[in-house]
Every structure is written in structure tokens, then in C-alpha cells.
Design a protein around this ligand. Structure first.
Ligand code: ZN
Length: 407
């Protein structure tokens, strides 16, 4: 189904019945689905509640096929992507998405014979298209772009694949930025049942609606927004490739979790993220676990990979508000959460004479501590300090400020 725009929780819960332009002003209540009466992913309910299988929760099943095994993913870079880091960010993202704890949520879906989706996906390559359908494209034009890539041999013909048409920021499509951020469907292309999807770069047309990340984890707001839309459309394509499988009146699996991000952490660059795939952080929407009906970032019991930016530093000694006698000894101890490999930690001591940084070492208890105790000067007054920890990737986390009184 079409991924609606990011507007607000209240509107998102109403599914695809919200509309926004890129101004702060909301336009709510206009139904979006009828605008695309082609039936191609327009959100028509194909099932009723009674179709929900006994061991599935929170979503209906229409009996149609799912994509089994290792589905392939192809990109078609449409328009002008010259010099855009999306061309490295998004292949890297897709290369690491399949098999991740997040994507494994799809393994809770199955077909009429009880065969389960694997949770795998394989990024199989890309091609480019230099505006063969112009700058203002249509839904039919998206299929024409896919057909052209297949008939020319630029990409292989593959019915167990999803072809993503990724449009550059100047390309417009009716409904994109006005009602949705992306969609998927299937079509008869060259006599084959080809699954394809549209995902546009919203960087200039509607960043607040389709890429509401600032700063964004990979420093490319359009691409970071597209990563979440790609995840959304791929998991829908795999569990509802022909729009007759896992879908009910409230939408497909990803629709039920649109714009829900779960637990986030802050990256070294200050961006909000919720998962690390390969060597990059992303903020990706949750997906519906069909075994418990919940939106999740990973199946219960399989937490997402440790977020490097998720370090938490807690000072255990001295406590905030402590009174220290002038000239007295100080031993700084800080606990750094162990979900990541912390490679160093420092005390940043702020005194009336200036700020000094002291290196800490991991002690036998697993906390970080100064190798030697320090003494305050005889000067009474207020001091403060923080502890900053750094991991092997250079991500840092800093404790809250501890203030001491020297008297
Ligand atoms: Zn959708």
C-alpha cells in the first residue's frame, strides 16, 4: 500500500486518509486511495477479518502468494543522481537489510501452504534511466521505466524480485508528496508478473512529509527518508506481492507501523537512529510481527544490533551535589552501558581556572575510572564535570553534568 506522509500520530492512525503539503499547515480528511483508481496498491481491502488465520495476529490474509526464499532487489536510478550520496547509502542499506533482526520480522508471514517468508533479501544490482519518461512522470510511466530496464537487458527479468524506481528530487509524480511517499504494486511486464515500487527523493519537494529527519543519520535527508520508505515497500512487496495476500482494510504489514520508530538513540552526529546495518545508522519504521500483532524493530528475544550511538554514561562517583573539602582527593568513576565496545572515556573537569581532560581506564569492575586520584585546589567554589565515552567507530556519549561544591 502507499506509504502515507508523515504528519502526526493522530492522522497516521487513520491510515491513508490524511494529506499534507510541505507547509506546517495540515489538510486532513481527504481520502487518498480513490485518486489512484488503477487498483495498483491503492489500498482496497481484499480480505475480511474472518480471513485471519488462527496463528496470525493483527492482519488479515487473503490467500495469495508471498515471496519465498531470497527475493532479489534491483534499483533503477531515475533522473539525475549525479553527485548524490544516496547512490552509495541506499545500496549499502539494501545490502545489509536482508537477514537483519529487523527484516526477520517478515518470517512471521507465510502462504496458504504454510511456507514461511525467510526474512532474507538480496541486493542484486542497479541501472540508470536518464528521464525516459520526462521530469513529470505518471503511475503508468513508473511501469514503463521498469519495462524499459527489463526489455533492454539492463536488468534481468526476475519474478522473485522487487524493482524499485528511485526518482531524483526534481521528478514529480501525482500523489507523491501530496498523499504518499512511496508505493508498491505488481504488473504484467513483458508477460511476467513483475513486482515493482516507486520511492521518490523528497529532499526538496517535501522533506518534512517524507524525510522528517534533521539531522539525518547519514547526512543526506532525502536518502535517509528513502531508506525507511524502501523498507516499508519491500516488506509489503514480500508479504503481499500481488496485493491479495497479507492485507486487510487497515492496510498491509508496514502500513500498520508507518512512522513508528520504537526506541531510538543518538548518533555521533546528533541524529536520531534506531538501527545499525553494516557500518551505518538508520532511522527505519517498525514492522508488524504477525505472531503477536505488534509493531517491532526485531522479533522478541532478538534485540536489534547494539546501537553504537546508544552508549549511556552514568557517573557513579562523586555524586552530583557532593561537597568536597578544598584540597581533598577525588576519584572519578563512571559506568558506561556495555551494549557497545567502549574504547575510551575521559573526565572533562570544569574549574574556575579552565577545563581539563583526564583519561580514564576500565577497572576490574567494568566501570571507567581515573588511574590516579586527583586533588582539588584550595580554592572554594563550584566545580563541575562530565564523562565522555567513545566507541571504536568514533561515536561518543556524554554523561549529564555533575556539579560539586568545594569548601
Ligand atoms: Zn504501505
Amino acid at each position: 500500500m502507499r506509504l502515507p506522509l508523515f504528519v502526526s500520530v493522530a492522522v497516521l492512525l487513520s491510515g491513508c486518509a490524511g494529506q499534507i503539503d510541505d507547509s506546517p499547515e495540515l489538510i486532513v480528511g481527504e481520502s487518498l486511495a480513490p485518486a489512484h483508481a488503477s487498483g495498483r496498491g491503492g489500498g482496497t481491502a481484499l480480505t475480511v477479518a474472518g480471513d485471519i488465520r488462527p496463528d496470525a495476529v493483527g492482519i488479515g490474509y487473503g490467500g495469495g502468494p508471498v515471496m519465498l526464499g531470497m527475493p532479489d532487489v534491483y534499483y533503477i536510478w531515475y533522473g539525475n543522481w549525479s553527485g548524490n550520496s544516496a547512490t552509495t547509502i541506499l545500496p549499502d542499506f539494501m545490502s545489509n537489510l536482508g537477514g537483519s533482526p529487523y527484516f526477520n520480522i517478515n518470517s512471521t508471514y507465510y502462504d496458504s501452504q504454510g511456507r514461511h517468508v525467510t526474512g532474507q533479501a538480496h541486493y542484486a544490482g542497479s541501472t540508470t534511466d536518464n528521464y525516459s519518461q520526462g521530469v513529470a512522470i505518471t503511475d503508468a510511466g513508473v511501469e514503463a521505466i521498469v519495462s524499459r530496464a527489463l526489455s533492454s537487458g539492463a536488468l534481468p527479468k526476475n519474478t522473485n524480485a522487487v524493482y524499485f524506481v528511485l526518482t531524483s528530487s526534481d521528478v514529480t509524480l501525482s500523489g507523491f508528496c501530496g498523499g504518499y511517499c512511496g508505493w508498491h504494486t505488481n504488473g504484467n511486464v513483458l508477460g511476467l508478473d513483475i513486482k515493482y515500487s516507486f520511492v521518490g527523493n523528497a529532499a526538496t519537494q517535501c522533506p518534512r512529509s517524507c524525510a522528517p529527519y534533521s539531522p539525518s543519520p547519514n547526512g543526506n535527508q532525502g536518502a535517509d527518508g528513502m531508506a525507511s520508505v524502501l523498507a516499508h515497500e519491500l516488506e509489503e512487496s514480500i508479504t503481499d506481492p500481488d496485493l491479495n495476500a497479507w492485507e486487510d482494510s487497515a492496510g498491509e504489514n508496514a502500513d500498520k507501523c508507518a512512522w513508528k520508530f520504537g526506541t531510538t538513540y543518538t548518533t555521533a552526529s546528533g541524529a536520531s537512529a534506531n538501527m545499525r546495518l553494516g557500518s551505518h545508522d538508520y532511522l527505519i519504521q517498525e514492522n508488524l510481527d504477525a505472531s503477536d500483532g505488534k509493531c517491532e524493530l526485531a522479533l522478541p528475544g532478538t534485540p536489534p544490533p547494539p546501537p553504537p550511538g546508544g552508549m549511556k554514561v552514568t557517573v557513579t562517583n562523586p555524586a552530583n551535589g557532593s561537597i568536597i573539602h578544598a584540597g581533598g582527593a577525588l576519584d572519578f568513576v563512571a559506568a558506561v552501558t556495555d551494549s557497545v565496545t567502549v574504547s575510551s572515556a575521559t573526565v572533562n573537569w570544569v574549574a574556575p581556572t579552565g577545563t581539563t581532560t583526564f583519561t580514564m581506564a576500565k577497572n576490574s569492575a567494568g566501570s571507567w575510572e581515573l588511574a590516579t586520584t586527583l586533588s582539588t585546589t584550595a580554592r572554594a567554589g563550584t566545580r563541575s564535570f562530565t564523562v565522555t565515552a567513545k566507541d571504536a567507530s568514533g561515536n561518543t556519549a556524554t554523561s549529564s553534568k555533575v556539579t560539586l561544591t568545594v569548601q
